[in-house]
Every structure is written in structure tokens, then in C-alpha cells.
Unconditional design. Structure first.
Length: 433
């Protein structure tokens, strides 16, 4: 129980409400404020009524607000005179953003106090690790504002021209984070902040292998986090060492190493260990919200450009009782929101249904995405992995991994072919085709 007085600034709250009554347009500038940010019960009630009126396109002034409140609520806030006092008390509507910032900042301080006291009240009966995780999640959610995403054409064109100018100054190079694959970078413009990229395929097509190679390429110029649900850290490390050293992955896993190979291994391991731009989490049973929380901490502490999740179907459901389609829909929606909110590209690996096995041409299609149409809907880019030799032993495409770009929100679709060496977990560009 919190016994000390909570932080508040009634004057700033009144100034916000008074500015709205003088000019309804200021609501656009303070759209990050919520009813819960107000400390005064009366001001909380008034702001809620104002938002309700705005949603119904009712003009807001002293007369309409009094009518919208009704007699009982007017009496509870101290009478009609309080509403007129709001209008008279505001020094200048030009400073409404400053007043709103004061209200929001003090509201965040109260939330921090509530989070601390809530944790203290649970110390006796709760697991310490669970308490820490719960408190971290509460703190990460405090202080966020909904930025104003409404622009007039002057602002919109300024942003567009500035972006074009920036890319022009960059020599017309790939605007997004480079993957290390020239043809792929050219095809999709690199990995762009805020984008959700889905890499999907049937088992044994090379989804994880391709993702690990992408991670290696990304790490040359940017910071990347991998959430790996299928492999232990030891197995993951072995696969990355095989890829880097071109030593057979199976031999590495059983320790069948020739003396001359130890030097290569230690050199490559040392090179990777000296970097501070690749972060790996092999936890199991993570929800998409927990992935977001961990990613946000990495972003704040180290900086982060790309997040790789392997894979969608192994993410723990936030609400296990919901139908699977709803679970997956929520996961992909939150993955897209995470990309936008953190300013990162999110690469989400996904399984496919068995439909490709039933067709003569086993190449995947968008309709094969497993469990939810939301995967295709939320993704900015969908890429399918396909190896023809897996299905056709006499294939002319042996040693070839097809990357089928089946959807690209801002570009063309098509197929890029890579050379693949599964024994080394290696995927490489083909330059002569």
C-alpha cells in the first residue's frame, strides 16, 4: 500500500483541458495522453468525456462538455464553475504540448512507484526471477508515447525528399541493412527498418541454414539478435563454426578434427568471439512479448538493427486457450509492431503446410503458409526456400538453393539462386548466372 503522496501537477492537467476547450485541434498534438495519465479524478473524468466526444465528432466547448457530462458527473467534479475555471486558467494554448509532457512525465513517475510497490508486495510468495521479469516488462512499457503519424502533404513530401536525398548522397546504394548477398540486397533493397521478413519452407529446405548465413553477412555492418528455439548453444556454435571454417559440420559435432584444422577453428572462433554485434538467445518457451522485451533491452544497451526468430511455430502462445489461428495471428501482428517500434528489421522463420508435397511442382506458394493468413498479410517480404534435389534425385539443380521472393510490398517478386553446401552449412552467391 502506498502511503506517501503520489507525484502530480493539477495545474498542468487543468491547462491541458482548458487548451482543448479553447481549440479542439490541439488534441492532435497531445494524442499520446491517456485518461490514466491524469491524477485528479475530476480531470480524469473530463478527459475521458472529451475523448468520447471527439470519437463521435462532437465539437468540444464548455456548453457541449457540460451537456455530455450530465448532471451527476458535473456535481461530482465540483459544479459548472470548475469547467469555466479550466478555460480561464490556461495561460496559452500554444504551450499545450509542454503541459501534456508534464502530465505524462509525472504519470510515468507514478507508474514506476506502483510497479515498485507491486513488486515489494509479492516478494514473500513469488519466485525472484519471475518478479524481475515482471518488473522489467512494466518498466519497459513506461514512458512510451504514441508518436503523431498524421502528416499533411508538405510534411510528407519533405520526409520523402529527405529520404531520397540521403540515398542519393549514399551513391544510390542499398538503403537497408546489407545481408552479404548482393543479388538479394539488390532485389529487396536490404533489410529495412520496420519491415517484417518471413523466410518459410518445408523441413530440410535450409531455412535455418540460410538465416545463419544471413546473420553472418549482417554482422559485418550491423548488429543482429537471434532467438533460436530448436538448437542448443553448443550445436548452434558448431554450425556457425562449420560455416566460417568450411570444415564438415558432422565431423565437428563428434570432434573428429585433423591437427591442421585446429588452427583454423581457433582462429575463426577467436574472430567471432571478438565481435560485439551478434547476440544469441536459446531460451525455450518465450512468448512474442518476451522476445520483444528482450530485444528492447538489447536495443537500449547495445543498439540493434536486425532480429531473427527461429521459428514462428515454436513461439509460446500468450493465451494457450485461444484457437491456433488466433494465436499465430497475434504473434505475427506483434512481430510487425516490434519491427516498427524498435526500428529494426525482423526476420521470422516459418514452417509450411504439407500442400507442396501434394503437387507435381513442389515449389511453395503463399497459400502454403501454415496456420494463418496473417503471416502473408503482416509480412513486408515473404521468401520461400526450395531445393529441387530433395524431391528429384536426377535434378539438374543439385547444390542449388532457390530463394523464391513470393511477396514484396515495395518491389518485384522472383527467384534468386544460391549455391548450397549443407555439409559446411554454407550458402553462397552465384555470380555466373
Amino acid at each position: 500500500m502506498i502511503e506517501r503522496p503520489l507525484p502530480h501537477n493539477i495545474e498542468a492537467e487543468m491547462n491541458v483541458l482548458g487548451a482543448i476547450l479553447k481549440d479542439n485541434d490541439v488534441l492532435t498534438d497531445i494524442n499520446f495522453l491517456k485518461e490514466s495519465d491524469f491524477y485528479s479524478t475530476a480531470n480524469k473524468m473530463l478527459f475521458k468525456t472529451i475523448l468520447d466526444m471527439e470519437s463521435k465528432d462532437i465539437p468540444i466547448d464548455t456548453t457541449t462538455l457540460i451537456n455530455g457530462l450530465g448532471e451527476a458527473k458535473i456535481k461530482s467534479i465540483g459544479g459548472i464553475t470548475y469547467i469555466f475555471k479550466l478555460v480561464d486558467s490556461v495561460p496559452s494554448i500554444a504551450n499545450v504540448k509542454s503541459y501534456a509532457d508534464i502530465v505524462k512525465n509525472i504519470s510515468d513517475k507514478r507508474k514506476i512507484l506502483y510497479a515498485c510497490y507491486n513488486t515489494i508486495s509479492k516478494i514473500e510468495e513469488s519466485n525472484p526471477l519471475e518478479l524481475i521479469s515482471e518488473m522489467e516488462n512494466q518498466f519497459l512499457s513506461i514512458g512510451s508515447k504514441n508518436k503523431n503519424d498524421i502528416f499533411n502533404d508538405t510534411e510528407l513530401m519533405n520526409k520523402a525528399i529527405s529520404n531520397i536525398q540521403e540515398n542519393y548522397n549514399n551513391g544510390g546504394q542499398v538503403p537497408g541493412t546489407r545481408t552479404g548477398y548482393k543479388k538479394l540486397d539488390y532485389a529487396i533493397g536490404g533489410l529495412n527498418k520496420g519491415d517484417l521478413i518471413v523466410i518459410a519452407g518445408r523441413p530440410s529446405m535450409g531455412k535455418t541454414m540460410f538465416a545463419l548465413n544471413l546473420m553472418e553477412g549482417i554482422s559485418k555492418t550491423a548488429k543482429v539478435a537471434l532467438f533460436e528455439f530448436e538448437m542448443s548453444e553448443e550445436k548452434l556454435g558448431i554450425r556457425r563454426l562449420a560455416m566460417s571454417s568450411c570444415i564438415n559440420a558432422k565431423r565437428l559435432s563428434i570432434g573428429k578434427i585433423e591437427d591442421k584444422e585446429w588452427g583454423i577453428l581457433t582462429q575463426k572462433a577467436g574472430q567471432m568471439a571478438s565481435r560485439d554485434n551478434v547476440f544469441t538467445d536459446t531460451s525455450t518457451d518465450l512468448t512474442i512479448n518476451e522476445i520483444k522485451s528482450k530485444s528492447k533491452k538489447l536495443k537500449l544497451k547495445h543498439g540493434l538493427d536486425v532480429i531473427i526468430i527461429d521459428h514462428l511455430q515454436l513461439i509460446e502462445a500468450v493465451n494457450p486457450k485461444e484457437p491456433r489461428i488466433q494465436q499465430v495471428t497475434e504473434m505475427t501482428r506483434q512481430a510487425k509492431k516490434m519491427a516498427k517500434e524498435l526500428g529494426c528489421a525482423v526476420i521470422l522463420l516459418s514452417q509450411l503446410s504439407r500442400a507442396p508435397e501434394q503437387r507435381n511442382d513442389h515449389r511453395p506458394q503463399l497459400s502454403d503458409l501454415r496456420e494463418s493468413g496473417a503471416i502473408e498479410q503482416d509480412a513486408d517480404v515473404v521468401m520461400f526456400m526450395y531445393r529441387d534435389e530433395y524431391y528429384n534425385k536426377d535434378s539438374n539443380e543439385k547444390g542449388i538453393l532457390e530463394c523464391i521472393i513470393a511477396k514484396q510490398r515495395d518491389g518485384a517478386t522472383g527467384t534468386i539462386k544460391f549455391a548450397v553446401k549443407p555439409e559446411y552449412q554454407l550458402v553462397a552467391d552465384i555470380f555466373n548466372s
